[in-house]
Design a protein around this ligand. Structure first.
Ligand SMILES: Cc1cc2nc3c(=O)[nH]c(=O)nc-3n(C[C@H](O)[C@H](O)[C@H](O)COP(=O)(O)O)c2cc1C
Length: 182
């Protein structure tokens, strides 16, 4: 079955939908949702965000060169959708209309979101053009996980009930863990 080009990208899904915080030149925090993201390097640890240049978040990434990636659970789906639909450009108070609480990060200016289960504090290392988005590569300079969801060197994503976006209003949560025994 062939697909329209707009649907092709929906076939590749996996990484946790996250709320990315950034700060503008006045130091005001913004938050927006990202489901197109990926690990890109073990050493140093790096992650990439695919960011449309239309996002206010993008201007903040360019000016401040820092971001904090916060992985939220299904319990915060309303907030993930809210900050993922409202832009700071039209609504600079968008964070105040959520249940999300900001707390100081340890190494970067963009604050963490207290309600998250994973926090990655990142410094922008490179920006690459790619179609209608930019690939923003960030080096992880501090990382933390909610200890409840870390066991035997593994993040218990299925227990944490984090969100995997499959497009539009739909997400996968939890699921069956399969371990290769070969
Ligand atoms: C679940 C979800 C996932 C999203 N993923 C991305 C993404 O990967 N890249 C992107 O540029 N925008 C993504 N967006 C859109 C931005 O979050 C949205 O445009 C937001 O309003 C930008 O806010 P800002 O202009 O204040 O930065 C997503 C939105 C939702 C709801």
């Amino acid at each position: 079955m062939e697909l329209d080009s707009k649907d092709v990208i929906r076939l590749i899904q996996a990484h946790p939908t996250s709320v990315v915080t950034t700060v503008n030149e006045e130091g005001v925090c913004n938050a927006a949702s990202f489901s197109w993201l990926s690990p890109v390097s073990f050493d140093p640890p790096m992650v990439a965000l695919m960011v449309s240049p239309e996002r206010y978040t993008y201007s903040n990434l360019v000016s401040s060169q820092e971001f904090t990636l916060n992985v939220l659970t299904k319990h915060f789906l309303d907030d993930v959708m809210y900050v993922g639909k409202e832009s700071f450009k039209n609504n600079p108070n968008k964070l105040e209309e959520t249940d999300l609480t900001l707390e100081k990060s340890s190494e970067v200016d963009p604050p963490r979101i207290q309600e998250a289960v994973v926090w990655l504090e990142c410094v922008v290392d490179a920006v690459h053009e790619a179609g209608d988005h930019l690939i923003v590569v960030g080096e992880v300079v501090a990382a933390e996980v909610d200890g409840e969801f870390w066991k035997d060197g593994r993040f218990l994503a299925e227990e944490a009930e984090i969100l995997h976006h499959i497009g539009g209003r739909k997400f996968l949560v939890g699921g069956n863990l399969v371990e290769w025994e070969g």
